[in-house]
Design a protein around this ligand. Sequence first.
Ligand SMILES: Cc1cc2nc3c(=O)[nH]c(=O)nc-3n(C[C@H](O)[C@H](O)[C@H](O)COP(=O)(O)O)c2cc1C
Ligand code: SF4
Ligand code: SF4
Length: 289
Amino acid sequence: MNKIWAVYFSPAGSTGRVVLRAAERLSGKLGIPVEAIDLTLPKARTEVCSFGPEDVAVVGTPTYAGRVPNKFLPELQRLLHGEGTKALGIVTFGNRSYDSSLAELLEVLEANGFEPMAGAAMVCRHVFSEMLAPGRPDEEDLAALDAWADAAAACLGAESDGKAEPAQMAEPAQVAQMAQIRPLAEARTPVAPYYTPLGTDGQPAKFLKAKPVTDLEKCDRCGVCAGVCPMGSIPAEDPASTTGICIKCQACVRLCPKKARHFEDPAFLSHVGMLEQNYTRPAAPAFFV
Ligand SMILES: Cc1cc2nc3c(=O)[nH]c(=O)nc-3n(C[C@H](O)[C@H](O)[C@H](O)COP(=O)(O)O)c2cc1C
Ligand code: SF4
Ligand code: SF4
């Protein structure tokens, strides 16, 4: 093996942190370096990334409405190309469910020439609300993620040319049992049908066109929001506005140092209210090798 590639789309940062942790753990076990490819910003999504049979790709995306974010899916299909490259797919989700996102991610990777060999669905704080998965991933989640990466490393080490240090490796089956890891085939089946966001009244919440608004009394025009929008929808010369497509990722809301941006759209707020009413119980992560 040559290199471990940590590849992610992560507007608000949780997915990137999880992917990097798993990649670093693999790197420690296998003794090969890690390089990160952050596909979050438009300027990073210009060139195709090609990987060979000696590379390992750890690829991560958040779950949006139970799927790979629909504006990122075509980018994933267009940008990442493997050639028998072993791949670990990671989705993060905010305490409701990852529904079909992991199955979809693994399917795209396979169609693009990768060989998916492990999958994980990690619970991370929901970017919409402080009440949904606060403090996740916690220590227990991260220990389970490490055990999953160890199980994947054990499989890769078993297949590699012996560069990995066998003394550091438990038997793949042993590690998998410790982390309650399920067979990868189970991750290939979508766990739920297409998800329709609902409001507190139980009716579909239609907020496709919702965009954040800016409190001009708080905004000091620092431009942070323009620099973090994955859709390039906030003009640098007028960062108090949102002119292009908004995927509701919350990057600008969360990263604004003045807390000047927020959503007022009633349907969006009703959906958040529904999630807060129904999904505060701690969800479990899921691991597959
Ligand atoms: C538009 C949108 C839709 C989301 N849909 C879901 C969902 O269906 N299920 C869920 O559990 N979490 C959902 N989440 C929460 C995110 O998956 C979660 O917060 C994720 O970790 C964010 O990743 P990031 O910090 O890398 O941007 C959604 C978040 C956004 C912005
Ligand atoms: S990050 Fe906040 S304070 Fe800075 S320009 Fe954007 S809205 Fe204004
Ligand atoms: S404007 Fe929309 S897409 Fe851009 S950072 Fe803000 S929430 Fe995300």
